[in-house]
Structure formats: structure tokens, C-alpha cells
Write a protein that binds this ligand. Structure first.
Ligand code: ATR
Length: 274
């Protein structure tokens, strides 16, 4: 079924090969799926080489998602909104298509796997970098009533809200004022604090009594935020492992035209990650 890869830096701990091979087995497909470690300066050349040698599709993770978007010849609406891509697909004539499945994957994890309807939720988005851009529009598409964007550097939050351009629903507040914003139904941690080994100082007052707290990362990077959410008695404290599997399923369907069953793959990874 062809050759695929995930590009990142670092990439050695990526779960993508395992996930895509598990999906492929569901359909009896044989595929090659590699990890390619490329420093930022080498990313574009590495991608071109991979596709020139017959690669059919690539997943892209940190820190290359913006560069992947830039180098593509065609961009899906989801990628254009986020300004970044986590999927590159070969098109005829050595052209590449960029797509972003992060937001759809997160929403599907919440609404389908965890059966939480986001319509009418008041949502707080922590962070305004690449990860936040990847999910913001999808939260609005899922029907959240309001999206409050709070970032340590307020200018980036304003830029994201401006790009969304729906001031009645999406607006920004200052990080310093978090304790005075009232309680939210949904709190999404899209900061890279956990990945960087830093904890966030968040007030319990932002956690509503039916709150769903969601960290876009998983493993050690999500531990502090989820511990905070549980202490605040959030109804749900979820990491991004389910999102990872859902985003992979979207890429798999794009490439193979078949929809994998994500649940067994998710449950197997959950055993590994506790
Ligand atoms: P990613 O692609 O993971 O989103 P990014 O684009 O570098 O990475 O964005 C990182 C986000 O995490 C930013 O919103 C950043 O806030 P700043 O814009 O102020 O830098 C946020 N972030 C990182 N470390 C943080 C910390 N210790 N406290 C609060 N926010 C943090």
C-alpha cells in the first residue's frame, strides 16, 4: 500500500508508526511507515526527497507543522485556518497537499469516544501557539457557545481571535485575570508548558461543576495539568492520546480510503500510558 512516514524533531518516541501499522492490519494492508528525524533547516529537503522517492503520505509533528503548510501546493480549509499541517499527501505531478486533522480529531475524541456534547459549552483555550490554532476553529464548529482565549503573551491570543473573526463567540482575556473569569465547561490546555517540563499556575475557580479538562499532550507532558484538573474536581480530565489516534485515523482514511476502528488501538495505547 506504499511508503509513509512521520517527520518530527525529535521523533524517536512517536507512536504514529505503531498506530498506522495497527490500522493497516485491520484491513490486511502491507505498508512501510518510517520515522524521519529532520532538523528544521533540513525539513523541506527531507520532505522533497521522501516524496521524490515514492512516498505517498507523511504525518508531520513538532516543530514542522507550519513549515509543512508552507511547502504544500494545495491546502485544505482546516490547514489554511490553522496555518499549519499535520498531514502531507502526494498529488500527481510531484505536488503536495496539506491537511490538518488535529481539531477534528480532538472533537471526535471528546464527542464520540467520551460522549460529551460540546454544544452550548463555555470553553477556555489556554495557549495561542500552533497547537491552539490547530483546534480553535473545530471547537467553534462543535458548537461551543463561547471561546475565551487566554495566553501568557496576550498579543498572540489577540491574533488568534482576530483570525477567527467571530467576536461575539471568540474573544481574549488576560492570563493574570484568570481567577476572575468565572467557571468554564471546557478547559483545553494547548500550551507547551508540560512538554517543556513547566507547570501552569491555574486557579480552581475556572473549573465548572461539569467541566471537561483536556490536555492536547499525553504521557508525562500532561501529568501536571490532569492532576490539577482532578484536584479541582473536574468531571473529566482527559489527555490527548485519544486525539492522537483520531488524527491518525483521518490521515489513514485520506491515504487508504478506509476508515479504521480506532477503539482497539486506543485501548492498547492506553494500557501503555496508564
Ligand atoms: P505548540 O506548537 O506546542 O503550540 P508554540 O507554537 O511554541 O508550540 O506555542 C506554545 C504555547 O504555549 C504558547 O501559547 C506559549 O505562550 P507564549 O505565547 O506566551 O509563549 C505557551 N506556553 C509555553 N510555556 C508556557 C508557560 N510556562 N506558561 C504559560 N504558557 C506557556
Amino acid at each position: 500500500a506504499g511508503t509513509f512516514a512521520v517527520f518530527g524533531h525529535p521523533i524517536s518516541h512517536s507512536l504514529s508508526p505503531q498506530i498506522h501499522q495497527a490500522f493497516a492490519r485491520q484491513f490486511g494492508l502491507e505498508l512501510e511507515y518510517r520515522t524521519i528525524d529532520a532538523a528544521p533547516a533540513d525539513f523541506t529537503a527531507a520532505v522533497r526527497t521522501f516524496f521524490a522517492e515514492g512516498g505517498r503520505g507523511a504525518n508531520v509533528t513538532l516543530p514542522h507543522k507550519a513549515a509543512a503548510f508552507e511547502l504544500a501546493d494545495e491546502r485544505s480549509e482546516a490547514a489554511a485556518r490553522a496555518g499549519s499541517a499535520n498531514v502531507l499527501t502526494a498529488l500527481p505531478g510531484n505536488r503536495l497537499a496539506a491537511h490538518n486533522t488535529d481539531g477534528a480529531g480532538m472533537v471526535r475524541d471528546i464527542t464520540e469516544r467520551h460522549q460529551v456534547d460540546l454544544r452550548g459549552h463555555t470553553a477556555l483555550l489556554l495557549g495561542a501557539g500552533g497547537a491552539a490554532h490547530g483546534v480553535a476553529w473545530s471547537l467553534l464548529d462543535a458548537g461551543v457557545e463561547t471561546l475565551t482565549i487566554v495566553n501568557r503573551t496576550p498579543e498572540s491570543a489577540d491574533a488568534l481571535a482576530d483570525a477567527i473573526g467571530d467576536p461575539a463567540r471568540a474573544h481574549t482575556r488576560y492570563w493574570e485575570d484568570l481567577a476572575d473569569l468565572g467557571a468554564f465547561d471546557l478547559i483545553v490546555n494547548a500550551t507547551s508548558a508540560g512538554v517543556l517540563g513547566k507547570s501552569l499556575d491555574l486557579p480552581f475557580a475556572i473549573v465548572g461543576n461539569r467541566a471537561l479538562c483536556y490536555d492536547l499532550s499525553y504521557g508525562k507532558a500532561a501529568t501536571d495539568f490532569l492532576a490539577w484538573a482532578r484536584t479541582a474536581q473536574a468531571r473529566y480530565a482527559l489527555d490527548g492520546l485519544g486525539m492522537l489516534v483520531e488524527t491518525a485515523a483521518d490521515a489513514f482514511e485520506l491515504w487508504h480510503g478506509k476508515r479504521p476502528d480506532t477503539n482497539p488501538v486506543y485501548l492498547a495505547l492506553r494500557k501503555q500510558y496508564g
